[in-house]
Design a protein around this ligand. Structure first.
Ligand SMILES: NC(=O)c1ccc[n+]([C@@H]2O[C@H](COP(=O)([O-])OP(=O)(O)OC[C@H]3O[C@@H](n4cnc5c(N)ncnc54)[C@H](OP(=O)(O)O)[C@@H]3O)[C@@H](O)[C@H]2O)c1
Length: 338
């Protein structure tokens, strides 16, 4: 038998239970993965809560849309995956990550081979299971706003799963990055490659000061350390919001002149009212499905090169899925270890 986490009713994470189920079988175009780690994302709790629909026909719900593990069976025609070493068909014994999957909170899962990628060796199981959902969302944020080397980017929620990826991807594109997070997470945000700015009352003036200081530092670096530019009034050119609410978005529209270069994944109501980009699933939002799917392979490659890191805040056994979705944790991703 196989173990799976499921919800028989909509509600808070406490409705989740671990049950025995028939082991998954690799159908046409599928592989079976023995799950070593299942990535936990805020969307999992929203799915269980009924935020994405509460039709009883959806029950029981089996959350989990990304996993890392070992291939134990390969179905007919399962040849599409991006494979360990980059060539050859996916094989039993391959160490892989998979996104998007259904019911990833489990000891084993059947997955489309086209959703399977080689596990970057630099990431352990828990980290690897948290790479892709946050990664493709962050990729969509930097791509939709056209982040490049001349940009100054503000990331709201820089210590979060998506925010940490957005900081790293914007920095990899050569942008200067300011990362807004709680003051307690400033060192973590700095380690990702951003200038940390504490969230909370007075955020806009702290951002203005950080923008000025960043511009002065950039000018000095360009002039070999001799410049004495004022830097006052230096603008941001892009804002990426992963939190929502007035605090960040109201500051974003004041500090970034071009609203097509401000994007939110977390507050479509306020975002629509402000006329900024809405990314994800929801009315008026760009789901970016093709772009996100295409981002998986380059994200895996960046992680394999060590250019992209995933920090793990906590791991839990499958039996503690409710805790994984509710307990506060240090910055970084959470994973379930079957
Ligand atoms: N549209 C899409 O396609 C899409 C895709 C993925 C995720 N999402 C959504 O995007 C959001 C972020 O996802 P995630 O995986 O990055 O979540 P996460 O890992 O839980 O991070 C959220 C971050 O927000 C910050 N935060 C929490 N409360 C805050 C507050 N009151 N004010 C300001 N910042 C606060 C926290 O950092 P500090 O405490 O350091 O501030 C935390 O690190 C979630 O709502 C998720 O459902 C949307």
């Amino acid at each position: 038998m196989s173990l799976a986490v499921l919800a028989r009713s909509f509600g808070s994470p406490e409705v989740l239970e671990v049950v025995e189920v028939d082991p998954p079988v690799a159908g046409p175009g599928q592989v079976v993965i023995e799950v070593r780690a299942a990535g936990v994302n805020p969307a999992d709790a929203k799915l269980v809560a009924g935020t994405f629909g509460d039709d009883p026909s959806m029950l029981p719900i089996r959350p989990g849309s990304e996993v890392a593990g070992v291939v134990t069976a390969v179905g007919p025609d399962a040849v599409d995956g991006v494979l360990p070493g980059g060539d050859g068909p996916v094989s039993v014994g391959d160490e892989v990550i998979a996104y998007r999957v259904s019911g990833g909170y489990a000891s084993a899962v059947a997955v489309r081979a086209s959703s399977v990628f080689a596990k970057p060796p630099a990431l352990d199981w828990a980290a690897a299971s948290g790479l892709l959902l946050a990664g493709v969302t962050a990729w969509h944020l930097v791509e939709a706003t056209g982040v490049g080397p001349d940009d100054v980017v503000i990331v709201f929620g820089a210590s979060g799963g998506v925010g940490a990826m957005a900081v790293q991807l914007a920095a990899l594109r050569g942008a200067r990055v300011l990362g807004v997070a709680s003051a307690a997470n400033a060192d973590y945000v700095a380690s990702l490659g951003a200038t940390p700015v504490a969230r909370g009352a007075g955020l806009e003036s702290r951002l203005r000061a950080a923008l000025s200081a960043s511009a002065r530092a950039a000018d000095a670096a360009a002039a070999g350390g001799a410049a004495d530019a004022a830097g006052d009034g230096a603008p941001a050119t892009v804002a990426l919001d992963t939190v929502g609410g007035a605090e960040g978005l109201d500051a974003a529209v004041v500090l970034v002149a071009d609203r097509s270069r401000i994007a939110t994944i977390a507050d479509f109501e306020r975002g629509a009212a402000l006329g900024i980009r809405l990314l994800g699933s929801g009315p008026g939002a760009d789901p970016g499905a093709a772009l996100r799917n295409a981002a998986r392979a380059p994200l895996v490659a960046l992680a394999a090169q060590g250019a992209l890191t995933v920090t793990v805040a906590a791991t839990y056994p499958l039996t503690s899925a409710a805790d994984a979705l509710t307990l506060p944790h240090a910055p970084g991703k959470v994973a379930l270890l079957p």
